[in-house]
Design a protein around this ligand. Structure first.
Ligand code: GRF
Length: 218
């Protein structure tokens, strides 16, 4: 059975686009049933509309508290019977209640090789730390920020001439391969999160997930 996916965004939505493309290509066996943005001007909304996907703008500024906003989203997601919530550049911290509700069925992509560089400005911080490798991590979401079990990491070598923007661009390109890949695993029932441990094809994944080499094309 096709899984029902909802994607939460706040901005440009290039990862959303990568997921839309992978669904269209039959790589992800799912239907994107809803895209929610907390920003009315997020370009990702246009991307979803262009793909005939239902969209909803819920502005967090219209709610009295984080929890009220999260409960409004939760209600919409429940109405759509979603199997998987995909955070794709959704720039809001989620309440424990929301995270618990979607435990084991909510993914995020973070632009660093976790546990390194949680939070913001990850590319600049990787450069300042003198890291020779950087990249992105796709992980299940838990109550601690950028801390849930990692399913996959895509590695990007850092070169001597890299500046923040170049590094960000290289990582972004890898995100568009990494995220659809993990979503495809989940939707094919190949990836499971049990007691904060991840199993791919019933085998326990290593602590920092499957490693996607820089030369892997898909
Ligand atoms: C990406 O860099 C992702 O790692 C982070 O937010 C950004 C979203 O970019 N979580 P886009 O809107 O998908 O282009």
């Amino acid at each position: 059975m096709k899984k029902r996916i909802a994607v939460l965004i706040s901005g440009s939505g290039t990862n959303l686009q990568a997921v839309i493309n992978a669904v269209d290509a039959g790589i992800i066996n799912a239907e994107i049933v809803l895209v929610i943005s907390n920003k009315a001007d997020a370009y990702g909304i246009t991307r979803a509309q262009n793909a005939d996907i239902e969209t909803l703008v819920l502005q967090h500024t219209d709610y009295n508290s984080r929890l009220d906003f999260d409960l409004a989203m939760l209600e919409q997601l429940e109405q759509k019977n979603v199997d998987l919530v995909v955070l794709a550049g959704f720039m809001r911290i989620l309440s424990d209640e929301f995270v618990r509700h979607f435990s084991g069925r909510m993914l995020n992509i973070h632009p660093s090789l976790l546990p390194k560089h949680k939070g913001l400005h990850t590319h600049q911080r990787a450069l300042e730390a003198g890291d020779t490798e950087h990249g992105c991590s796709v992980h299940f979401v838990t109550a601690q920020l950028d801390d849930g079990p990692v399913a996959l990491q895509a590695i990007v070598p850092v070169t001597a001439t890299d500046r923040e923007q170049q590094l960000q661009h290289k990582v972004h390109l890898r995100e568009h391969i990494a995220y659809p890949k993990v979503i495809a695993w989940f939707c094919a029932d190949r990836l499971r999160c049990i007691d904060n441990k991840l199993y791919l094809n019933d085998e326990l994944l290593p602590a920092n997930g499957f490693k996607l080499p820089f030369d892997a094309l898909d």
